[in-house]
Design a protein around this ligand. Structure first.
Ligand SMILES: [Zn+2]
Length: 294
């Protein structure tokens, strides 16, 4: 949000999170408090956190205008998103009217001034891709080809990863290493994870949370299995704090836990090399963009 930086300056990165977010699907749980966002960023920075990617897309209250100030005050690099989530996250009055203009909208947010997004967020449906997802992903691919920006994918409950790669890469020609698949921890299926990794995509796992506690305990073994299969350079981690209650100042564990809880465990059990790859080296490549101007 403060302009492009060389990838090696990104530093320890929370690769999927939210400082601001609102959705009709999460009434009363909006992330809209700037000072609370700053406190979370500062707690993350105090542990060595240097960067965060906010995956909140267009129309869900990403508050792009507030992010540069937060970045300056916290010292944390912030990558923002354009794109579009599932239809249920928007008012039910005709998202379809935007379909024809989506690619242009995404490109404007990726190339605009004074602040611009650095990634395109899209979303699949549960074990499939619905018509909405197909429209949005086609537009995302077009905006990617026009700008070079990476595409981050919300996989619903971690599912439909291979369908997404078929569509984005097979049909729309996006290079697999420009796709970041999110939430695979929520569907810890070894075969799917390995196939998605073998295709060349980045795999972004979430840190622990109450909402996804059922699969949290598999996180370390999933990372280990993928690293053993030769995919250490494709793994990312984010806290994905979606509600105020998920933050460290509330019920947690929040952004800081990535560095206070997960990183030491990964260092201890899987090695410091993998920890450095997951938190620093991989995000620097996943979010690096050689910008094209349409
Ligand atoms: Zn998210």
């Amino acid at each position: 949000m403060l302009g492009d930086i060389p990838p090696e300056e990104l530093g320890a990165c929370d690769a999927h999170d939210h400082l601001f977010l609102r959705s009709p699907a999460l009434p009363g749980q909006e992330l809209d408090d700037t000072e609370a966002a700053l406190a979370e960023l500062r707690a993350f920075a105090a542990l060595g956190g240097r960067a965060v990617a906010q995956w909140t897309p267009w129309g869900m209250g990403p508050c792009l205008d507030r992010l540069p100030g937060l970045s300056r005050r916290s010292g944390v690099h912030i990558i923002a998103a354009t794109g579009m989530h599932q239809a249920k996250h928007y008012a039910p009055d005709g998202l379809e009217r935007h379909y024809g203009a989506l690619a242009g909208l995404f490109v404007r947010e990726l190339t605009g001034a004074p602040v611009k997004a650095g990634m395109i967020k899209v979303a699949g449906a549960f074990h499939r891709l619905d018509d909405h997802a197909r429209h949005v992903m086609a537009a995302a691919a077009e905006a990617h080809h026009a700008t070079g920006a990476p595409i981050g994918v919300h996989l619903e409950a971690g599912t439909a990863a291979l369908d997404v790669l078929d569509l984005l890469c097979g049909t729309h020609g996006v290079a697999p290493h420009r796709v970041i698949l999110g939430h695979l921890n929520r569907f810890p299926d070894d075969g799917i994870h390995r196939q998605a990794a073998a295709a060349g995509a980045f795999l972004a796992f979430d840190g622990p949370s109450r909402a996804h506690h059922g699969t949290d305990w598999r996180l370390l073994s999933r990372l280990a299995a993928l690293a053993d299969a030769g995919h250490a350079h494709q793994l990312l981690l984010g806290a994905d704090t979606v509600t105020p209650a998920a933050r460290s100042a509330a019920d947690g564990p929040g952004m800081p836990f990535l560095l206070s809880g997960l990183r030491p465990r990964i260092e201890r059990e899987l090695g410091s090399g993998l920890a450095t790859a997951v938190f620093t080296e991989n995000p620097a490549r996943a979010f690096a963009t050689r910008w094209r101007r349409p």
